[in-house]
Design a protein. Structure first.
Length: 54
């Protein structure tokens, strides 16, 4: 099992609702895009998710 699969399984088991599972995934993708080198050039073009979006 890959590290990503393991992390996603952890999210699936920790989430109480489908919405919470989606929130975990969205936060994971946002963190990836903030830190992946080839996406850094687009960082100022990407809208930020509001903190109270949930």
């Amino acid at each position: 099992m890959s590290a990503l699969s393991s992390l996603l399984d952890t999210y699936r088991s920790a989430a109480l609702t489908e919405r919470e599972k989606g929130t975990y995934f969205e936060e994971l993708i946002c963190a990836y895009l903030r830190n992946e080198a080839k996406h850094l050039r687009f960082s100022s073009e990407r809208p930020a998710w509001p903190k109270n979006f949930r």
